[in-house]
Design a protein around this ligand. Structure first.
Ligand SMILES: Nc1ncnc2c1ncn2[C@@H]1O[C@H](COP(=O)(O)OP(=O)(O)O)[C@@H](O)[C@H]1O
Ligand SMILES: [Mg+2]
Length: 308
C-alpha cells in the first residue's frame, strides 16, 4: 500500500476566549488521511476549525490531544517538516521586495545553495504566472498576484506535501480559475495537496478527496466519487405527448421534473424505469446521469445537522 502523505489522528483543541470563560471546542477529534499524490479539500463554513487544523499540522499551535504523521513520520520530526510547504490564510510580505528578492531571501533562510536557489526561482516564477513580474515591486501587486507568490514561496523547498489555507480567498473569478490551474499543475508534478476552503465550486473542481467539517467535527469524508457518486440518479426526457402516465408502469421512486415529459429516478431503477416508459409508449429523447452537486450535498449535510 502506498504511504499516506498525511495522517491526522484525532486532533482536538479548545480555546479560552477570555480567562474567565469556559474553553470552547474549536476542534473535536478530527481524523483524516491523504494518500500520496492526492488533493484533499478541507471544506467548512467560517469558524469550522479549518485554520486551526492546518496550523496544528504545521506545528504552529499544539493540539490538546491527537497527533499528525507526515509521510509516515511523527510531525515534529525535522525530516518530516522539511517535506511540507505552507501558504497561510493571510500571507504577509514586505512590499518593498520583488518576487525574486523575496524568494532569494527565503532560500537563504532554508540554507539552499545559491545556484540551486537561482534555478529554482527561475522555474517557480513562470510556473505561478509571475515570470514577467519577477522584478516588480510587490507594492504594485494585486491580491491574486500576491497569492500566487505565496504559492511560489510554499513550493520553494520542493515539498512533497503542500498545505494551503484558503488559497482562493479574496480572488476574483479569473484569479480563482488561475489558482485552480496552478494547483492542477502542482498536483500533476506529484505533490500532495491539502487546502481549506469555504468555496464549494473550487473544491469540486480540484479535489479527489474531501473532508467536510462543521463546528470542529467531521460531517463527511471520502473520495469525491464516494460522497457524490453514491447519489447518482438519471433524468430521462421523453418526447412531448408520447408517454401516457395513465398507461401505467412502475412509478415508485420517480420524481417528475416536468410532468409527463422529464422524470428523475435513482440509478438502481434505470432498467425497470426505461422498460416502464417503453410500455407506456414513450419515445425517449435523452437519458442523462445526474450527480448531486457539492453545493446540494453540503447544504443537506451541514444545514440538516444545524436544525437537529
Ligand atoms: N486564538 C484563538 N483564540 C480563541 N478562539 C479561537 C482562536 N483561533 C480560533 N478560534 C475559534 O476557533 C474556531 C475555529 O476557528 P478557525 O480554525 O479559524 O476556523 P475556520 O478557519 O474554519 O474559519 C472559531 O470559533 C474561532 O473563533
Ligand atoms: Mg480559516
Amino acid at each position: 500500500m502506498a504511504a499516506a502523505a498525511l495522517e491526522v489522528l484525532g486532533l482536538s483543541k479548545s480555546y479560552r476566549a477570555g480567562w474567565r470563560r469556559e474553553p470552547r471546542r474549536a476542534l473535536d477529534g478530527l481524523s483524516f488521511t491523504i494518500p500520496e499524490g492526492a488533493v484533499m479539500g478541507l471544506l467548512g463554513p467560517n469558524g469550522a476549525g479549518k485554520t486551526t487544523t492546518l496550523k496544528m499540522i504545521m506545528d504552529f499551535i499544539s493540539p490538546d490531544s491527537g497527533e499528525v504523521r507526515i509521510l509516515g513520520r511523527p510531525w515534529r520530526d525535522a525530516e518530516a517538516r522539511r517535506q511540507v510547504g505552507f501558504l497561510p490564510e493571510q500571507p504577509y510580505f514586505q512590499l518593498y521586495l520583488t518576487p525574486r528578492s523575496l524568494l532569494r531571501h527565503l532560500s537563504r533562510l532554508l540554507g539552499m545553495p545559491r545556484e540551486e536557489a537561482e534555478a529554482r526561482i527561475s522555474h517557480l516564477l513562470p510556473l505561478v504566472g509571475l515570470g514577467e513580474e519577477a522584478d516588480l515591486q510587490l507594492s504594485r501587486f494585486s491580491r491574486g498576484m500576491l497569492q500566487r507568490l505565496g504559492i511560489a514561496q510554499a513550493l520553494l523547498n520542493r515539498p512533497r506535501l503542500l498545505v494551503l489555507d484558503e488559497p482562493s480567498g479574496g480572488l476574483d473569478p479569473l484569479g480563482m480559475v488561475e489558482m485552480r490551474r496552478l494547483l492542477q499543475d502542482v498536483r500533476d508534478q506529484g505533490t500532495t495537496i491539502l487546502f481549506s476552503s469555504h468555496q464549494l465550486s473550487e473544491v469540486e473542481e480540484i479535489c479527489d478527496h474531501l473532508c467536510i467539517i462543521d463546528r470542529g467535527r467531521e460531517v463527511a469524508q471520502g473520495s469525491m466519487r464516494e460522497l457524490l457518486g453514491a447519489e447518482e440518479s438519471y433524468e430521462v426526457t421523453v418526447a412531448e405527448g408520447s408517454w401516457d402516465p395513465a398507461a401505467g408502469g412502475d412509478e415508485r421512486g420517480w420524481a417528475w421534473v416536468v410532468p409527463g415529459r422529464r422524470v428523475r429516478f435513482p440509478s438502481s431503477l434505470l432498467d425497470t424505469s426505461l422498460r416502464a416508459l417503453a410500455r407506456g409508449g414513450a419515445v425517449v429523447e435523452e437519458v442523462r446521469p445526474v450527480r448531486l452537486t457539492l453545493e446540494e450535498f453540503f447544504l443537506r449535510e451541514v444545514e440538516g445537522r444545524g436544525s437537529e
